[in-house]
Write a protein that binds this ligand. Structure first.
Ligand SMILES: NC(=O)c1ccc[n+]([C@@H]2O[C@H](COP(=O)([O-])OP(=O)(O)OC[C@H]3O[C@@H](n4cnc5c(N)ncnc54)[C@H](O)[C@@H]3O)[C@@H](O)[C@H]2O)c1
Length: 362
């Protein structure tokens, strides 16, 4: 089995809590380097996770390191430039979300990947999750009939609130980032992953907490002025005919017992109830022909055991298999571009209090 040389850029929270601890569980991946513009962070992560080399810029990484796949876990405003440099240098790429800030940027990245003949896969990871793949399979089989509505609620109390952080989280509240790009992207990806491309978008948004206080880690107690960007969004998506969706997103929920996603069909409901991991599905069926109406547990998951128990580093494994088998990646950047289209159209929907047409598809 070939071991693919993987480098990671962006030694922050998600690299620390999600990717670097688990990449060793991907047998096809060999972690060869980490990189961060803050040298101490790159050096510390290299030591902590026994990664042989560390660098302080994408240019230095590309110049000095022999690697094949880049994982980009930098802060949001850095994504496009790094992604472009990596793709143009002929590296296969997995980028954190959103992969760019405009439709044009994502198109540029897609074209750069095509020109270089490399594979490019784009976060968020939801459409590879076991539960969402299973729900899609149930829906395709007609389990809950025709889908009329999808409702997602993917929010938390703010990056300075809900996670332990050693890096300054101020950037999350500055233009070029914000609750829509950091959190809205989740519900929008899940919804469009289930229903496909939306036709139009509407939105209400507020600033719920203009001053925020960091609650843990190296910057505990620091106050952040968070009055430049909305942090509470209720987004509506129009699918024409009889179908629509609501996407609630933002940094305004300290916690919640709302399902992360509910899918409402003519014959029932699929509900994703969070229980700390990728969660089991609750299914409500209205089946009068069988005398049944009520909540049920789905059968054992009809996915081979070897493909179950998804964890985020499996995105890299999917990328490697896509390269080896020359097949499409599981998280196509065209889907990410449609979500960026929605996010870029939302300000117009807010300003004009109207439902604004979308122009991309996937
Ligand atoms: N933290 C999470 O649980 C989480 C979850 C899902 C997605 N994400 C996404 O992951 C990305 C990173 O989030 P985070 O919470 O880890 O942020 P973070 O602030 O903890 O880490 C970002 C790191 O990137 C580094 N960086 C910034 N610009 C750089 C550049 N040009 N070159 C090299 N390094 C650079 C910073 O120094 C910092 O160490 C974001 O896109 C975020 O939306 C995070």
């Amino acid at each position: 089995m070939k071991k693919w040389k993987v480098a990671l850029i962006g030694c922050g929270s998600i690299a620390d809590n999600t990717y670097l601890p688990r990449i060793k569980d991907i047998p096809e991946a060999d972690m060869v380097a980490v990189c961060d513009t803050i040298p101490e962070r790159a050096r510390d992560y290299s030591e902590k996770f026994a990664v042989p080399a560390w660098y302080t810029s994408i240019d230095e990484l590309l110049e000095k390191c022999d690697f094949e796949i880049l994982m980009n876990t930098t802060s949001i405003p850095a994504h496009h430039e790094i992604n472009m440099k990596a793709l143009k240098a002929g590296k296969h790429l997995y980028s954190q979300k959103p992969v760019g800030l405009t439709v044009e940027e994502v198109t540029e990245q897609i074209e750069a990947a095509e020109a270089a003949g490399v594979k490019y896969t784009a976060s968020p990871i939801h459409m590879l999750r076991d539960d969402i793949r299973f729900a899609k399979k149930l829906i395709a089989g007609g389990c809950i009939g025709e889908i009329m509505k999808v409702h997602t609620n993917v929010c938390h109390g703010g990056p300075e609130y809900f996670q332990y952080r050693t890096a300054d989280p101020t950037w999350f509240h500055r233009p070029g980032s914000g609750a829509l790009y950091d959190m809205g992207v989740h519900g929008l990806t899940m919804t469009t992953g289930i229903l496909g491309p939306a036709k139009a978008v509407g939105c209400m948004a507020k600033i719920s907490e203009p001053v925020r206080t960091v609650r843990s880690g190296s910057f505990d107690g620091m106050q952040i002025q968070a009055n430049q960007l909305y942090d509470n969004y209720i987004i509506t998506l129009d699918y024409g005919d009889r179908t629509m969706a609501v996407v609630e997103s933002g940094f305004c929920q300290k916690n919640s017992r709302a399902p992360q996603m509910e899918i409402f069909g003519t014959k029932g409901t699929i509900s994703f109830v969070e229980n700390g991991s990728w969660m089991p599905l609750d299914i409500y069926l209205d089946a009068p022909e069988r005398g049944i109406r009520g909540w049920l547990q789905p059968m054992e998951w009809d996915i081979p055991a070897s493909e179950q128990n998804f964890f985020q580093c499996m995105v890299v494994q999917d990328l490697i298999h896509a390269i080896e088998e020359d097949r499409p990646v599981g998280l196509p950047p065209e889907h990410a571009r449609h979500v960026v289209d929605i996010m870029c159209t939302i300000p117009e929907a807010i300003e004009t209090c109207s439902i604004v047409p979308l122009h991309t598809t996937f």
